[in-house]
Design a protein around this ligand. Structure first.
Ligand code: FAD
Length: 409
């Protein structure tokens, strides 16, 4: 079944297949939120950009099946980041993602993208007394990074929680409307988007890259691999550093009963909640039932877990949509952003968004565009941590791993 987002766009496919050889400044592989954000910023800088997308429609893979909560509250991550990388790096992660929320808000405003962008508060809650201490420690960790979060015991949710950590002034939107808005700005500027165009290989030839599609090739100075899971195994070894995790979403008509905010719980099973505009009403999106992609699972049971949960609070609700998709999970919970490999200068990647790709893709696009512009980016080093995780997490091992990465991958 299509997602609610995909159904919300009329006249989706406006793009053609690549049918000739071309040259461009930057070739971007993949037209999800990450590839399109890179394209948007590069076009603004005056670069010629070509985006190649294998599907018939843009943003129809993970971006078209997300829940699109825009937040720096990536579940309970900040205590973990402080313990593993130290406060300086943890603060950079937080500020990079906070900045991403403002960047997205700015794009929506400047470009007048009608994508249901709205500010809202974000909560990680628990109903399990064993998790409560984790929530309290997370709040302490977050506030030690000079960011104000609150510990609350009451939320707008239709059920009681034992405790929650609240980040104010986060956001949500319709990711497909946003993606089409970006695509419009790209193609009205110095960018081109080709769909039904599968990239099969990328080769370095002197100072240039040649990107091979089924029948044609694109010559460019820079390549950005925005294909979600990198389809090139050699050099980057991302298959050793990431796995995929599938999540399920149902969109439910609660017949006029709504609540504000975006939510995820800290315990397992995971439940995530937000409302989204749908025609003249609002539907409740309930996400969860996560599992490692490829593991044997009863699909109908994955949806039933979500439906049973929501019926406890909205017994008369009607399920209108069901969908599932996967995201790339990095071994150390930090996205991989920057050079694809030390041996391939000018080829960049952003992946391992850990189901928080709305802000992470914006962070990634800014880092990579700055690299192309030859500008320093203050957040770059947090996300460069791109190695095979064979050591336990600690500040010392962070450095060792970084050295290993810089020398061998
Ligand atoms: C169920 C679920 C809920 C989520 N909810 C949230 C949320 O609330 N907030 C949040 O921040 N994040 C969330 N995420 C994560 C977020 O949706 C993703 O991290 C993000 O959409 C990834 O975007 P992307 O552009 O990297 O990938 P994609 O959207 O998958 O785009 C990659 C594109 O590359 C194309 N491609 C691949 N290979 C090739 C090739 N060889 N040639 C040409 N094109 C190719 C694909 O067709 C695809 O269109 C969620 C993820 C899941 C699974």
């Amino acid at each position: 079944m299509n997602s609610l987002w995909i159904d919300s766009i009329e006249n989706k496919n406006k793009f053609k297949k690549l049918e000739k050889d071309i040259s461009t400044d930057v070739c971007i592989i993949g037209a999800g939120v990450f590839g399109l954000t890179c394209g948007y910023y590069l076009v603004k800088q005056g670069y010629n950009v070509t985006i190649l997308e294998k599907e018939h429609e843009i943003a129809s893979k993970t971006t078209g099946h997300t829940t699109a909560k825009i937040t720096s509250q990536h579940n309970l991550i900040y205590k973990y980041l402080i313990d593993s990388l130290g406060k300086v790096q943890a603060k950079k992660y937080l500020y990079a993602n906070q900045e991403a929320i403002e960047n997205i808000a700015k794009i929506v405003k400047d470009e007048k993208i009608d994508c249901d962008f709205e500010r809202t508060d974000s909560y990680v809650y628990t109903r399990d007394k064993d998790e409560l201490e984790k929530i309290r420690l997370e709040r302490k960790a977050v506030n030690s990074l000079e960011f104000t979060s609150e510990f609350v015991t009451e939320t707008p949710l239709p059920f009681e929680v034992l405790g929650a950590i609240k980040f104010s002034n986060q956001a949500q939107f319709n990711p497909l409307k946003y993606a089409y808005g970006l695509a419009d700005k790209i193609t009205k500027g110095s960018g081109e988007i080709y769909t039904d165009t599968l990239v099969q290989n990328i080769e370095k030839e002197g100072d240039y890259f040649i990107t091979y599609t089924e029948n044609n090739k694109v010559k460019s100075k820079y390549v950005i691999l925005a294909s979600h899971y990198p389809f090139i195994d050699r050099l980057g070894y991302y298959f050793l550093k990431m796995y995929q995790s599938t999540s399920y979403v149902i969109a439910v008509d609660t017949h006029g009963k709504t609540f504000d905010g975006i939510y995820i719980n800290s315990e397992i099973p995971t439940f995530s909640y937000r409302f989204a505009n749908y025609k003249d009403k609002k539907l409740l999106l309930v996400g969860g039932s996560d599992h490692k992609t490829g593991s044997k699972i009863d699909l109908s049971n994955a949806y039933k877990i979500l439906e049973d949960e929501v019926r406890k609070y909205f017994p008369d609700c009607t399920v209108l949509y069901k969908w599932n998709t996967e995201d790339c999970i990095s071994l150390d919970k930090i996205p991989y952003i920057g050079e694809f490999s030390n041996l391939m200068p000018n080829m960049y990647i952003g992946t391992g968004f850990n189901k928080w790709g709305m802000t992470s893709s914006n962070v990634a696009a800014n880092i990579i565009v700055d690299k192309i512009l030859g500008k320093e980016n203050e957040y770059e080093d947090v996300f460069k941590n791109c190695y095979i995780s064979i050591f336990p997490t600690s500040t010392i091992s962070f450095k060792i791993k970084k050295i290993l990465y810089l020398h061998f991958l």
